[in-house]
Design a protein around this ligand. Structure first.
Ligand code: SF4
Ligand code: SF4
Ligand code: FES
Length: 253
């Protein structure tokens, strides 16, 4: 077992500052994940040359791959810091340097923290919610067939981490493509017995600029999603529904 591990972190002190790389060598403990590595640096923020530095800024909350906030590039791949285990990242001889960098397609806030509000804006575009009046007790909602529940449940596991957008060749901040997570949530809410009241609005939102036609079906998203959402199936299904909606609108609007 190694007594220390090597970590290289791309840091940026503010949105406009130039990025710098800092190297650390920190004590190894079995079972460490990247969040505990960053915690170790926060306890003793001294780089490999002995120079005092500052704790690394990053987002995290649940520490169990539920909140989606700790997404970053770990050894060059979009992943969650809280579920990325050091033992799997340092290679068989455990001496490989671990590299950490912020997601590359989102504005930097500081160090490894980025602004992912574009996803929330995209979810607003497709009305990714069930429109109910919560001011009084509506009783139990309409029943859902078990087959529908089975299709909806995996889609409800999205943690809004944005990893699917980071790896998507069609997504960047200069295009308006909404990305796979938003398309998947459109399917989730369109299949909800109460949420389906907004189905046509959602499909029309996906048929315009930045909509589903901009997906090149490269499938990087489905291979990266930490929650293994059935993204390619959702994209195909929504592509079909958007097409049907367009044809309907052609004859009725
Ligand atoms: S299939 Fe490819 S282009 Fe479409 S959302 Fe996924 S990664 Fe992006
Ligand atoms: S679809 Fe997967 S990768 Fe994309 S935001 Fe949701 S959980 Fe993250
Ligand atoms: S801290 Fe919540 S997903 Fe990692």
């Amino acid at each position: 077992m190694p007594s220390t591990i090597k970590v290289e972190i791309k840091r940026q002190s503010s949105p406009d500052a130039a990025p710098v790389t800092e190297k650390f060598e920190i004590p190894y403990r079995p079972g460490m994940n990247i969040t505990s590595v960053l915690g170790e640096i926060a306890l003793n923020p001294v780089d490999v040359t002995g120079k005092q530095t500052t704790p690394v800024t990053y987002d995290s909350n649940c520490l169990e791959e539920i909140c989606g906030s700790c997404a970053m590039l770990i050894n060059g791949k979009a992943a969650m810091a809280c579920s990325a285990l050091v033992d799997k990242l340092t290679g068989p001889s455990k001496d490989q340097t671990i590299t950490l960098a912020p997601l590359s397609k989102f504005p930097i806030v500081r160090d490894l923290a980025v602004d992912r509000s574009v996803l929330f804006e995209n979810l607003k575009k497709v009305k990714a919610w069930v429109p109910i009046d919560g001011t009084y007790d509506l009783g139990s909602g309409p029943k859902q067939a078990p087959q529908i529940q089975e299709q909806r449940y995996p889609l409800s596991n999205c943690i809004s981490c944005c990893c699917c957008m980071e790896v998507c060749p069609q997504f960047n901040l200069s295009t308006s493509f909404v990305g796979a997570a938003t398309i998947a949530q459109t399917k989730l809410f369109n299949m909800d017995p109460s949420g389906s009241v907004l189905k046509e609005d959602r499909l029309r939102a996906l048929s315009g600029d930045g909509g589903i036609q901009e997906c090149s079906f490269a499938q990087n998203c489905v291979m990266t999603c930490p929650k293994e959402l059935p993204l390619t199936e959702a994209i195909s299904d929504m592509g079909r529904d958007v097409f049907i909606q367009k044809v309907k609108d052609l004859f009725t609007r």
